[in-house]
Ligand binder design. Structure first.
Ligand code: CA
Length: 231
């Protein structure tokens, strides 16, 4: 099997070396670049499977790189940044990043995020022809009939709960920000919607999670948003 190509965008030589050494040890192929412009060019010319992106680059902000690349590419982008503010993470995710790691990070954590991303890629490749049923553990969504099942029991979801669940399922493995979710579900994004979102998420969890206080399917990213995990 061909090892996937990982594009590493990092201007700090020590961190870049740490990442590329880790990738090489795991038999990933990699290409390392030091600037935003080189990153955009590399995505266009080498078609990497995943991009690991630093936000503080010498020529442009990493968020600008995400916006440029997203105008034509769906490549998964994992941000690795020293910026730990929620607003920075939200900005990167809203621009189209798939995940983020805060520096300093552990290489095990980085490899775990990569595995999740590749698993999601292979799932979506395998699911292209079969889009009417979504399955994840005991959870099953039949899009054609708008029915949701847990094991073989049909769940009764409100229209908003159903919309929320479908949105998370469609983006399984990906962190979705509050503002992205509220925009998709309600068509707007007000603080008020974020409060409503919490309420709907709580009622949805009561229906799909065995233990809503220790959710298996929907993970909370405090202050940022939610992610459906592959179980
Ligand atoms: Ca940097």
């Amino acid at each position: 099997m061909n090892k996937p190509l990982v594009l590493v965008v990092e201007d700090d030589a020590a961190i870049s070396n740490l990442i590329t050494t880790t990738l090489a040890m795991q038999n990933y192929k990699y290409q390392a670049v030091q600037s935003g412009e080189a990153a955009v060019m590399a995505v266009a010319s080498h078609n990497p499977e995943v991009m690991l992106l630093d936000l503080g680059l010498p020529d442009m902000d990493g968020v600008e790189v995400i916006k440029k690349v997203r105008s034509w590419s769906t490549i998964p982008i994992i941000v690795i940044s020293a910026r730990s503010e929620e607003t920075d993470k939200i900005e990167a995710l809203d621009a189209g990043a798939d995940d983020y790691l805060t520096k300093p990070f552990s290489v095990e954590e980085l490899l775990a995020r990569l595995r999740v991303t590749f698993r999601r890629l292979s799932y979506s490749a395998g699911c292209e022809a079969e889009t009417t049923i979504f399955e994840n553990g005991d959870l099953r969504i039949d899009y054609a009939s708008c029915c949701v099942y847990l094991k073989d029991t049909q769940l009764h979801l409100t229209p908003i709960e159903y919309k929320l669940l479908c949105l998370l399922a469609k983006n399984v493995g990906k962190v979705l920000t509050h503002s992205y979710i509220t925009k998709e579900v309600w068509g707007s994004s007000w603080d008020n919607d974020v409060a409503s979102l919490r309420v709907f998420m709580a009622t949805l969890r009561k229906k799909i999670e065995k233990d809503p206080s220790a959710p298996q399917y929907i993970q909370t990213h405090v202050g940022i948003g939610y992610r459906m995990l592959r179980v």
